[in-house]
Design a protein around this ligand. Structure first.
Ligand code: MRU
Length: 358
C-alpha cells in the first residue's frame, strides 16, 4: 500500500482519492461531501449549504455510515445559521434545526449523540452572553472538534485491533465501515489498514451487501485504493466460504451498541455472525464509544430503519414488480452479544460492561 495510514489529523493520509466530508470556509462556509450514491463509477462532490441538504444527503445515503452522519449532522446544524448575525435570530434558527436533523435516520446513535452534543454547547451557561457571531464561531469550533475526535477514534481502533489479524488470513467484512463511513480511516477497515501498515499480508472478502451494495461499490473500491486484495462475494455465498474453512476472522462496524453488547449493523450482519459462531470463527465489532448507547439495556430496544421497497427491486433493471407482491426492507439487524468475540474500540478490545468507555 503506498504510504499506508499514518498518524495524522486528516482523513486520507495515505493514498485515498477522496474526502468523505469537509467543511470549506468559515462560519459562512459549506459542507462538501463525496456523493456515495454515485460511487464507484463517479467520484463526484456535492456541496451542501442548508440543513435540509444535509438531511436529504443522509437519507439518500450520499453521506452514510454511523460516525460520518454524526459529523455531517454537526456541520449541518452550523449551516442553519449561515448568513445570520443577530443573536435572537441565531437562537431561533437553531431551535428549529435541531429536531429534523436528529431524526434524519433512526438507527445510528452517533447522529443523535452529535446533535445533542452541539445543542449542549449552544445552551451552555458559557454561551449565554455571546453575540450571534461569537456563538456561531463556538458552534463551528465544536463541529470541528467532533470531526477531529472521530479521526482520533478511527486511528485508535485500528491500533487496538491490528493484532487480531494474522499473516495470511482471510477476513470477511459486511457493508462499509471504512473511510467512507467516518471522518477518518474507518472502524473495521481501519483495523485492516493498520495491520497492513504493520507488514501483515491478508485478503478480504467483502459481502456485496444488498440492496444498496455498500460492500461491492464502496468497501471494494476503498480497499483497492489501498492495495489490499479484496474479493466481492454475494451475500448468500458466505456460508459456503465458512464451510470450506476459508474465513479466519469476521470484522464489521456497528450503528449502535446497546449496554449489554448487542449490536445493530447493516442487514445481513446477524446472518454472518451466526455462521461465524456455527463454524467457530471469531466475529468482532469495531466501533467508537460514540456508537455505544448505554441508555438501552439490549438490542431489542434499538430502532431499525425500514427503507423503500424500490431499493430491493430497482437493481433488476429498475422494473416495477407485478402488483400484489410485497417487499420488506429493514436496513439493519441486531447481532446478539453472545455472537461477538470482542468490541474493538478506541480504548482497546473490550467486553461488556465496557467500563473503559462509560
Ligand atoms: O446504511 P448505511 O450504509 O449507513 O449503513 C452503514 C453500516 O451499517 C456500517 O457498518 C456502520 O454504520 C458502521 S460505519 C463505521
Amino acid at each position: 500500500m503506498p504510504g499506508g495510514p499514518q498518524e495524522s489529523t486528516s482523513q486520507d493520509p495515505w493514498s485515498l482519492s477522496f474526502m468523505t466530508l469537509e467543511w470549506v470556509g468559515d462560519i459562512d462556509g459549506c459542507l462538501h461531501i463525496i456523493d456515495q450514491t454515485r460511487l464507484p463509477q463517479h467520484n463526484q462532490q456535492r456541496i451542501l449549504k442548508h440543513p435540509a441538504d444535509v438531511i436529504e444527503a443522509i437519507q439518500q445515503l450520499a453521506v452514510r455510515g454511523a460516525p460520518a452522519i454524526g459529523v455531517a449532522a454537526a456541520y449541518g446544524l452550523c449551516l442553519a445559521l449561515r448568513g445570520c448575525d443577530q443573536i435572537d435570530q441565531v437562537r431561533a434558527l437553531w431551535q428549529v434545526a435541531i429536531a429534523p436533523m436528529r431524526q434524519a435516520r433512526p438507527t445510528a446513535v452517533n447522529l443523535q449523540h452529535m446533535v445533542d452534543r452541539m445543542n449542549r454547547v449552544a445552551t451552555s451557561p458559557s454561551c449565554t452572553d455571546l453575540d450571534g457571531v461569537s456563538l456561531r464561531n463556538r458552534l463551528l469550533e465544536e463541529a470541528r472538534a467532533i470531526e477531529a475526535q472521530d479521526q482520533h477514534f478511527c486511528r485508535a481502533i485500528g491500533a487496538a485491533g491490528a493484532e487480531l489479524i494474522q499473516d495470511g488470513a482471510t477476513i470477511l467484512t459486511h457493508c462499509n465501515a471504512g473511510a467512507l463511513a467516518t471522518a477518518g480511516q474507518g472502524t473495521a477497515l481501519s483495523v485492516l489498514y493498520h495491520a497492513w501498515q504493520n507488514g501483515k499480508r491478508f485478503r478480504v472478502l467483502a459481502d456485496e451487501t444488498r440492496p444498496l451494495l455498500q460492500g461491492s461499490r464502496l468497501t471494494a473500491w476503498e480497499l483497492q485504493q489501498s492495495g489490499i486484495p479484496v474479493d466481492v462475494i454475494c451475500d448468500g455465498a458466505s456460508g459456503s466460504f465458512f464451510q470450506s474453512g476459508e474465513i479466519d476472522l469476521v470484522i464489521t462496524g456497528s450503528d449502535r451498541v446497546a449496554a449489554n453488547g448487542d449490536a445493530a449493523n447493516k442487514i445481513g450482519t446477524y446472518t454472518i455472525a451466526s455462521l461465524a459462531r456455527a463454524h467457530d470463527v471469531p466475529f468482532y465489532i469495531a466501533a467508537p464509544s460514540s456508537t455505544f448507547d448505554f441508555s438501552l439495556e439490549n438490542g431489542a430496544q434499538i430502532p431499525i430503519e425500514q427503507r423503500s421497497e424500490q431499493e430491493i427491486w430497482s437493481i433488476a433493471g429498475g422494473q416495477r414488480p407485478p402488483k400484489g407482491i410485497g417487499y420488506k426492507n429493514p436496513a439493519f439487524d441486531i447481532t446478539p452479544a453472545s455472537h461477538i468475540r470482542g468490541w474493538i474500540t478506541e480504548a482497546g478490545v473490550l467486553q461488556p460492561p465496557f467500563e473503559a468507555i462509560r
